[in-house]
Unconditional design. Structure first.
Length: 92
């Protein structure tokens, strides 16, 4: 059982890092640091969006607009950490 918990915890950690990469990538795009016409960059953006948007989009619909500030990644990360801690507390 502990091995499954460790695997689930690792998957949560990987997903948190993908969300952080999504935030960083959005900043790099906003400040024109990365070239979106590069095929590799476009594929990375597409992958990150396909993985994170199903989780972030429902939260964005619920949260009120904050004037260009997107708090949904932070809420998802806090929620994932909370669920991971609950998982370890009750099943570990």
């Amino acid at each position: 059982m502990v091995s499954l918990l460790a695997l689930a915890s690792l998957l949560v950690d990987i997903y948190v890092w993908i969300i952080i990469a999504s935030v960083v990538m959005s900043w790099l795009i906003a400040f024109n640091v990365v070239n979106q016409h590069n095929q590799i960059v476009r594929q990375v953006i597409y992958f990150i969006a396909r993985v994170t948007e199903p989780v972030l989009e429902p939260i964005r619909r619920i949260l009120p607009p904050m004037g260009g500030l997107d708090l949904s990644p932070m809420l998802v990360i806090i929620g994932l950490w909370f669920l991971r801690n609950l998982m370890w507390e009750y099943l570990g």
